[in-house]
Write a protein that binds this ligand. Structure first.
Ligand SMILES: *Cc1c(COP(=O)(O)O)cnc(C)c1O
Length: 359
């Protein structure tokens, strides 16, 4: 069996060594005679797996003790509502920066529960850049400022982080663990697991404990971060297998040298791909250069009528899931942590061959 190179935006590639470990553990976990999926979430085994996963994530990201780490379900999309229900009050506005399709969804969900102010938007140019922070129309006293530092669909990333006293809430679904960051700069970080953490079904929330206890009375228990924190993410049955697999990914990252090491690998992968696109004269990336994502690289072909042939040829070369999102068109290569540099090299080789055959 040989595995393909998988450029899927999510659920995305997982490290092969992690899948092999899971295969070994599947039928009989550490000689217990049963699998992870068949154990009580209250068992010593699962509690220790969850604790180890949390500890590993804390080491990787340098998460301070005054932040709670929650392992939840419902995806990042459920957090769009949870953020507002946990943090907004009736008399303070909540602020959003609108830089793409995921920001837009977060905004429309927040509008159900709070007075939303969009402080800046790049929709005027099809979300191809992040507006200069100096033009953001922010006010003191907002309950929080929400950003999506890496817009997965547009391939647009923040070059710098906003500052100020208002807690920053960041949807990091497609860039968490791609490099080091300072957790204390954020009030809340959340991410669906299926891009850079593990399998679908797990959602990670990292929240400054001083923001707990602010949830509105209408906030359902299942969305209430304080309840989750008080119950060690086991208020109800957590996604035990997904937590176990995420724990293996965290271990894999630690063995590779942590997030500093990942950042340089990711930078090298992205630099090569953008450099090739820019000099090809055949492919183009629409994003403002300082805002180009290291994780999601959209590109168009010189002639959109060639898209189908490009995708077919890519499939034949075992380069999968390169079709772009309909709002951007063309292609998108998602090159998360688990996508090896060899995959990027193979993609560039294929792109070069395809361009020379069609130009
Ligand atoms: C994938 C993604 C989402 C949606 O995640 P779900 O887990 O499917 O709800 C939200 N935000 C960003 C930035 C994403 O990349």
């Amino acid at each position: 069996m040989s595995r393909v190179f998988n450029f899927c935006a999510g659920p995305a590639a997982l490290p092969e060594s992690v899948l092999q470990q899971a295969q070994t553990d599947l039928i009989d976990w550490q000689g217990r005679g049963l699998s992870i999926m068949e154990m009580s979430h209250r068992s010593d085994e699962i509690v220790s797996i969850a604790n180890a996963a949390e500890a590993s994530l804390r080491r990787l990201m340098g998460i301070p003790e005054n932040y709670a780490v929650l392992f939840l379900q419902g995806g990042a999309s459920q957090q769009f509502a949870a953020v507002t229900l946990n943090l907004a009050t009736s008399d303070t506005p909540v602020e959003y920066v609108n830089t793409g399709q995921w920001s837009k969804k977060a905004i429309s969900e927040a509008k159900r529960f709070a007075q939303v102010k969009v402080v800046a938007s790049s929709e005027d140019q099809n979300f191809s850049y992040v507006p200069e922070h100096s033009v953001w129309d922010r006010a003191d006293g907002a309950a929080y400022l929400h950003i999506c530092p890496n817009e997965t669909i547009g391939g647009v990333a923040f070059a710098e982080l906003p500052r100020g006293d208002v807690p920053i809430v960041a949807d990091m679904s497609s860039m968490i663990l791609s490099g080091p960051l300072n957790v204390s700069d954020y009030g809340v970080i959340y991410a669906g697991a299926q891009k850079n953490i593990g399998p679908a079904g797990l959602t990670v929330v990292i929240v400054d404990r001083k923001l707990l206890g602010r949830a509105s009375a209408q906030c359902p228990a299942m969305l209430n971060w304080q309840i989750a924190a008080e119950n060690d993410s086991m208020y109800n049955t957590p996604p035990t297998f997904a937590i176990y697999l995420a724990g293996l990914v965290f271990e894999w990252l630690e063995q590779l040298g942590g997030l500093d090491a990942m950042a340089s690998i990711n930078q090298r992968k992205a630099d090569k791909l953008y450099a090739y696109i820019d000099q090809s004269g055949f492919y183009a990336n629409p994003v403002a250069v300082p805002n180009r994502s290291l994780m999601n690289v959209p590109f168009t072909l010189a002639n959109a009528e060639l898209d189908k042939a490009f995708l077919q040829g890519a499939d034949d070369a075992r380069l999968l899931n390169l079709k772009g999102h309909r709002s951007v068109g063309g292609m998108r290569a998602s090159i998360y942590n688990a996508v090896p540099e060899a995959a990027v090299d193979a993609l560039i080789d294929y792109m070069r061959d395809f361009a020379s055959q069609h130009s």
